[in-house]
Ligand binder design. Structure first.
Ligand code: UDP
Length: 378
């Protein structure tokens, strides 16, 4: 008899949701995490009474009622709606995602009909070029952006930001990255199309702590330091770390992007007027500035705290010892990942899940959904 039903490696959203649901079914779980806190990259740190998203902004959004009800049963969510603005190389501010406000700011067009005519003109060159080359689907992010939204927006709002974020040319990046962003012919600055959206009231730690309540958790505990031991203590392992590391990098290392943050406390109650301002120029070294208080206080409520906390995000290539954030899902890395995936599929007692173990650019809600669905079949 093993001591635990499940050893869960990683106390991030996948691991914590899994532990919660397994525990509800009467399974005995142990969660270990190499960091000294739980929550993975959704962990927040309180500074000046503000929940600082320590590993980058996280906004929960979903159209799945079951997922929304589930997370709200752990902690109620607020009404935060993400409406980022972008500061472009031409010095102007634009609304995101690409919508009638953006088109008005870019070209002065005022109706959807005028905007459509302009977009048609803007996209034409790239569409003609693809047709001439006999290409049916965009082959990379640049082609996708140019055929979706056209030249001016690509140059002002996409190219510089994307190349900074990914450290690769837009021609070398997969097109799906940009398909995350809606293009809307209405004056609607909501970044997401989903029915439900928000941030846990009191911060993401409340969500994680709620999920892990009553479950044994060992922090500052690295699975790889004593792997032989950990592999013997449970019937099954739920592994949410890097899949290439799990297999000792036998097919080579997968690449990730990471983010370095410069966080400052400022003597201003309202420094940029919005939670997220993207800097889309290649000349500015950071990708965006987050002003954390706007995730949890709305309108003039922000003035109740005379201070604010901002974080500049610098995107860099991941190296050993850093926290991996984004998988680089280009062809080269996907080929390597599929070799690891083949091994993973042959495992009887190991479940791989989450951004790092599945090498996938997951949002939070699909993670919760995936774990909920697993428990219908376990
Ligand atoms: N993007 C862009 N300009 C922006 C914001 C996003 O070109 O101002 C592109 C960029 O390629 C980025 C992708 O859209 O990688 C997805 O952006 P999202 O905001 O969803 O990224 P995340 O919040 O996950 O970092």
């Amino acid at each position: 008899m093993k001591k635990y039903d499940y050893l869960i490696v990683g106390a991030g959203l996948f691991g914590a949701t899994f532990a919660y649901l397994a525990n509800k079914q009467g399974k005995k779980c142990l969660v270990i995490d190499k960091r000294s806190h739980s929550g993975g990259n959704i962990y927040c740190e309180e500074v000046e009474g503000i929940n600082v998203h320590k590993y980058g902004a996280h906004i929960f959004h979903t159209s799945d009622k079951q997922v929304w009800n589930f997370v709200n049963s752990i902690v109620p969510f607020n009404r935060y709606t993400n409406c980022p603005v972008a500061k472009a190389p031409n010095g102007k501010l634009y609304n995101l995602p690409f919508n009638m406000n953006t088109f008005y700011q870019m070209w002065g067009v005022m109706t959807p009909e005028e905007a459509n005519a302009k977009l048609h003109e803007q996209r034409k060159e790239a569409i003609d070029r693809m047709k001439a080359a006999g290409v049916a689907e965009p082959r990379n992010l640049e082609e996708q952006a140019l055929t979706l939204i056209g030249k001016d927006i690509y140059e002002q709002l996409i190219k510089g930001y994307t190349e900074k974020q990914w450290g690769r040319k837009c021609e070398e990046l997969p097109s799906f990255i940009i398909r995350r962003l809606p293009v809307r012919m209405t004056f609607d600055n909501n970044y997401f199309n989903d029915t439900y959206q928000g941030i846990p009231i009191g911060g993401y730690n409340k969500l994680i702590d709620g999920l892990l309540e009553g479950i044994e958790v060992k922090l500052a505990t690295d699975f790889f330091i004593n792997r032989e031991h950990w592999e013997t203590i449970a019937d099954k392992i739920v592994f949410t770390g890097k899949i290439d590391e799990f297999y000792n990098y036998r097919f080579g290392k997968l690449e990730y992007r990471t983010v370095r943050f410069e966080t400052e406390v400022l003597d201003s109650p309202n420094w940029q007027g919005n939670a997220v301002v993207n800097y889309t120029s290649a000349e500015v070294p950071f990708t965006r500035i987050i002003e954390h208080k706007h995730f949890e206080s709305f309108g003039n409520e922000v003035y109740t705290n005379p201070k604010t906390v901002i974080s500049k995000e610098f995107s860099t290539e991941w190296e050993d010892g850093m926290e991996p954030f984004y998988p680089v899902n280009d062809d080269k890395n996907q080929k390597i990942y599929f070799k690891y995936k083949e091994l993973a599929e042959m495992e009887q007692n190991i479940i791989f899940g989450g951004r790092l173990a599945e090498y996938k650019y997951y949002d939070m809600a699909p993670i919760v959904s995936q774990v909920l669905n697993m428990f219908f079949t376990i």
